[in-house]
Design a protein around this ligand. Structure first.
Ligand code: BG6
Ligand code: MG
Length: 217
């Protein structure tokens, strides 16, 4: 049967999680708030607005709406200074291998990301043409762990949710995929992503035989 494959972007296709971390840390520190790797982990898959709200809550800070918007702009400008320098070399290992296999086999591919910068980043790394549809932070009203982003992707691919397979590096994203009734594949650490149906450290651990077994299920 035809399966739909949905890829998260940040931390799955490209390692932008490290740039989000640097930009959030700089911003948090600039308003006198600490920001650790462990906190960053919790913000994976979380929208820009929700992330800033969370950071301010951790730091026990409250801002005017104006200041809040200003900080969101500052963070994104800083983040984009890293994105601007990206190219194909930042595609994570073996991602193209899997994408090419899926395309050869005729399975449609969607992006399902919380980022409003998703299109820009896919263009930078030359992967935009691999995707049949892009569902990103501009197209959803409810962020992960709400399954809206993945339901929209499945609909655009014309594949029922139960026949969709999601690759995610964030706990919030795995929860969203599970709530959507899809097969969830965690890319990252087993202890963080234990709710996923399968977990791999990265795509080099995912064999074509494994992908075939998902397709034939
Ligand atoms: C997610 C990232 O993919 O996108 C989060 O994991 C990020 O860290 C979110 O905050 C929103 O991204 P952007 O690019 O719209 O600020
Ligand atoms: Mg991610």
């Amino acid at each position: 049967t035809k399966k739909g494959f949905i890829f998260d972007l940040d931390g799955v296709i490209v390692d932008t999680a490290k740039y989000h971390f640097l930009a959030w840390k700089k911003l948090a520190n600039s308003v006198g708030v600490d920001f650790t790797e462990a906190q960053n982990e919790q913000l994976k898959g979380v929208s820009r607005k929700k992330s800033l709200e969370q950071i301010l809550e951790w730091g026990d800070k409250s801002l005017s709406e104006e200041e809040f918007i200003e900080l969101m702009v500052l963070k994104n400008d800083d983040y984009l200074s890293y994105v601007d320098k990206m190219d194909e070399n930042e595609i994570l290992p073996d991602v193209p291998k899997i994408l090419n296999f899926l395309i050869e086999e005729g399975h449609p591919i969607a992006l399902g990301s919380a980022s409003k910068n998703a299109r820009n980043i896919l263009e930078k790394v030359n992967l935009l043409s691999y995707f049949n549809t892009i569902v990103d932070g501009n197209s959803v009203t409810k962020g992960k762990p709400n399954p809206e982003v993945f339901f929209k992707a499945a609909k655009a691919l014309k594949v029922p949710p139960k026949d969709c397979i999601v690759f995610e590096d964030a706990r919030a994203g795995i929860k969203a995929a599970n709530l959507a009734g899809m097969i969830s594949i965690g890319i990252g650490q087993k202890d963080v992503l234990h709710e996923a149906n399968y977990v791999f450290n990265d795509f080099t651990e995912i064999s074509i035989d494994f992908i075939k077994s998902l397709i034939n299920n």
